[in-house]
Design a protein around this ligand. Sequence first.
Ligand code: NAP
Ligand code: ZN
Length: 352
Amino acid sequence: MYNAKAYSVASPTSPFASSTIARRNPTDNDVQIEILFCGICHSDLHQARNEWSGMAPTVYPCVPGHEIVGRVTAVGSAVTKFKAGDLAGVGCLVDSDGTCPECQTGLEQFCPNMTLTYNFPDKHTGGVTYGGYSDSIVVDQRFVLRIPENLDLAAAAPLLCAGITTYSPMHHWGVTKGKKVGIVGLGGLGHMGVKFAHALGAHTVVFTTSENKREDALRLGADEVVLSKNANEMAAHAGSFDFILDAVAADHDINAYIMMLRRDGNITMVGAPEKPLPVSVFGLIFGRRSFSGSLIGGIAETQEMLDFCGQHNIVSDVEVIPIQKLNEAYERLLKSDVKYRFSIDMASLKSE
Ligand code: NAP
Ligand code: ZN
C-alpha cells in the first residue's frame, strides 16, 4: 500500500477537505496512473451528499470522481495493454467478474459482481474504492481506456462518464440520420448528448429550463431549442420524437416528455433524481411508447466512443478548476451554473 493525496468528504454535510488515502501497489494485472484531470459529475454530488441512500448509501470518508484521465506511471508484470508514459482513462467501473453473461457480452456495467470506481467494496483493501479526486489510482488493465492523442486532456476527461452515458443509449435505440432526437437538460451529460446526436446526423432538439443556454445549445449542435417552461414552445413538438434522452438530475415532469414521443418512440432516463418520478401509463399505452433507463456503457463500447470522439474531434466544453475550488464548484453545479462540465486540474493537488 502507498499513500495518495485526495479530496474527501467526511459526512453528507461536510465540505471537501484535503486528505490522504491508501492505494494498493500495482499487482500483476494493474496499471498505476498519475491523474492529470478529473471531471465533476452530478453523480459525485449525489453520492457525496448521500442523496442515493436507498440504492447506494455513502461510506465516509468518500472520494468521488469517475472521469479520470492521466499518464501511466507503472504497470504489473502481466500488463500488455499499457506501458509507463501512455495516456490512460478510467471511468465508472474498475472491476467485474468477467465470466457472467453480462461481462461475456461486453456489458460489464450490469455484472452482478462489478465494482464501481468509488464508494464500492474494494476486494484489494477491504475498504471502499476511492475515485479520481486524487493524484493517482491503480486499476486492473481490463478497465483502463486508451485516450486518443489528439484530444485536449482536460476536455476529454468527461467522456469517461458523461460521454459514454449519452453515447450508449443512442446506439442502443438506433439514433441515426433522419431521426428526431430530444435532449432534456443541458448539463454535463446533456451537452455531450447534443454533440453525439448531431454527429450521428439526427435532428436534435434541446429542452432546457435555462433561457441563457439557448445560444450555446445551437452552437453545440442543436437544430432547435425549446424552453420547457414555455407551453407554446412545448406544444409545437407534441407526438414528434423518435427518441428522447432525459439527463435531468432533479425532480421534473416526465409525462410532458412522454407525450412528445411519436408511435413506438422511446424516452430513456440517464438522469438519476433522488425521488421517484410519477409516470402516467396512458402516455405509454397510447402510441406504444416506452420509458427506459440506461447505465453508463461497457468497456468495449467506452473505447469505441473514445475512438469516435478522436475521429470527430469531440470533447466536453469544460471549465478547468484547481481542486481548492471543489466546494464552490458543487454549489454552482446545483444551480445548473456550469458550462458545461468542471474538470479538475490535478496539478493543483501538488501544493497540498
Ligand atoms: P448537471 O450537469 O447538473 O446537469 C443536469 C441538468 O438538468 C442541468 O444543467 C439543467 O439543465 C437540468 N435541470 C437541473 N435541475 C432541473 C430541474 N429542477 N428541472 C428541470 N431540469 C433541471 O448533471 P449531470 O452531471 O449531467 O448529470 C445528470 C444526471 O445524470 C444526474 O442525476 C447524474 O447522477 C446522472 N448520471 C447518470 C448516469 C447513468 O449512467 N445513468 C451517469 C452519469 C450521471 P437546463 O439548465 O438545461 O435545464
Ligand atoms: Zn458520472
